[in-house]
Design a protein around this ligand. Structure first.
Ligand SMILES: *Cc1c(COP(=O)(O)O)cnc(C)c1O
Length: 400
């Protein structure tokens, strides 16, 4: 089918999309409407942690669809209990609330922290509600999560903002300390900033932040929507720095491609009362059955070690490529990595890589001078080699 035959204008224009319609995906590969194949290093933006349409997700969806799709969140269902139990068992948290997107999970974390701030008022007897977040952070696209985000320009697009999110600088403890007032209730951060270009919070910073928040009676909230679920080689990114947060949010990888997210908290922080939080689809058995199947795969012996190994391999190959083409090296954790280009050629590389024939390569450039790599966690070294060789050809073609 020709692209012009699709009535794409029926869709509201919310982003600039290339003239391609994807019709199939298997593992690391996508196929478009003309049958051209693409090696996919986006994977739905770090979502498809087991690649496109893995067998375990197909099985979980079909088996669960035959049994029960949606009894309503007003009743218990087996897959959500099983997934919550497994998440609790493998983390420092005690309770799980399921949601449908990362933004919604973060909304829940913000609401829970604010509720906690009503219970734990300041010395003057007033509610505490301010949550310190970070410049360049990304927490979602609802009004509150946009306000919590530190993306340039986001404070004005849909003004007025939701108040109560002062911004500090990542890896700068003094910048956090300066913002603490008698209204502060929490500090919220991505252990590895994803959208801003794969910037890890240092282990020292995370530990100092935990000590500082404890000292001031503040909650520590980690947004692991992108960095959690094995992406860094640890099941959860907070484990990289040996800290115990109070609240964590998950999204993206937890559903392996289907809409599923979660907020986890420790028992002391579980202050929601009946009616405070909910949602029609939250914790539905169809999606939580998929989440259970995905988590089982990540927990198989050797899986997380293989993410670490492949992350190290990808990092080393990016460094070699960087040396060959005069670029500025790699950074990241596990299989969330970035290649520093040192010049603003990101968009050009993304387009050229996509359009090469016979097979294209899908890459992401979150900043003009950076490429981000978010392969499936079960990517093979051969698929890494192939990407590096394709990218090298693209760089040569562009004269770099
Ligand atoms: C993607 C992302 C979100 C938002 O998740 P959605 O499912 O798109 O709402 C929030 N936080 C981080 C760190 C993310 O990467």
């Amino acid at each position: 089918m020709e692209f012009s035959q699709y009535h794409v204008d029926a869709l509201l224009n919310i982003t600039n999309r290339p003239s391609l319609v994807f019709t199939e995906g298997h593992g690391m590969w996508l196929t478009d409407h003309k049958g051209k194949r693409y090696l996919d290093y986006l994977q739905g933006w770090a979502v498809n942690c087991l690649g496109h349409s893995p067998q375990c997700i197909q099985d979980a969806l079909t088996e669960q669809a035959r049994k029960l799709i949606n009894p309503s969140p007003a009743f218990y269902n087996e897959p959500s209990i099983a997934l919550a139990s497994s998440l609790v068992k493998h983390s420092c948290f005690d309770r799980v609330f399921f949601a449908n997107s990362g933004a919604e999970a973060n909304e829940s974390a913000i609401k829970l922290a604010r509720k906690w701030g009503k219970k734990h008022k300041n010395a003057a007897g007033a509610d505490r509600y301010e949550i310190i977040t970070f410049n360049h952070s990304f927490h979602g696209r609802t009004l509150a999560t946009m306000s919590a985000s530190g993306k340039a320009g986001w404070d004005t697009i849909f003004a007025p903002q939701v108040p109560g999110f002062p911004k500090a600088e990542l890896n700068d403890l003094a910048s956090v300390e300066k913002l603490i007032t008698d209204k502060t209730i929490a500090v919220m951060l991505e252990p590895v900033q994803g959208e801003s270009g794969v910037i890890p919070a240092s282990r020292e910073f995370m530990q100092a932040l935990r000590a500082l928040t404890k000292q001031h009676g503040l909650l520590l909230i980690v947004d692991e929507v992108q960095a959690g679920m094995g992406r860094t080689g640890e099941l959860f990114a907070y484990q990289l720095s040996d800290v115990t947060p109070d609240i964590m949010t998950l999204g993206k990888g937890i559903g392996g491609g289907v809409p599923l997210a979660a907020m986890l908290c420790r028992e002391e922080v579980a202050v929601f009362e009946a009616g405070d939080q909910g949602g029609t689809y939250n914790g539905n058995p169809l999606m939580t059955a998929v989440g259970g199947a995905v988590l089982d795969e990540l927990l198989k012996p050797g899986f997380l070690q293989s993410v670490k190994d492949k992350g190290a391999y990808l990092g080393a190959e990016l460094v070699k490529l960087s040396e060959k083409h005069g670029l500025e090296g790699d950074r990241g954790e596990g299989l969330l990595r970035a290649l520093k280009l040192g010049k603003n050629i990101g968009a050009q590389i993304v387009e050229t890589a996509r359009d090469i024939n016979p097979e294209g390569l899908l890459l992401n450039s979150p900043r003009p001078d950076l490429l981000r790599f978010m392969p499936a966690l079960n990517v093979t070294t051969a698929e890494i080699d192939q990407m590096i060789s394709m990218l090298s050809d693209v760089l040569k073609k562009l004269g770099h």
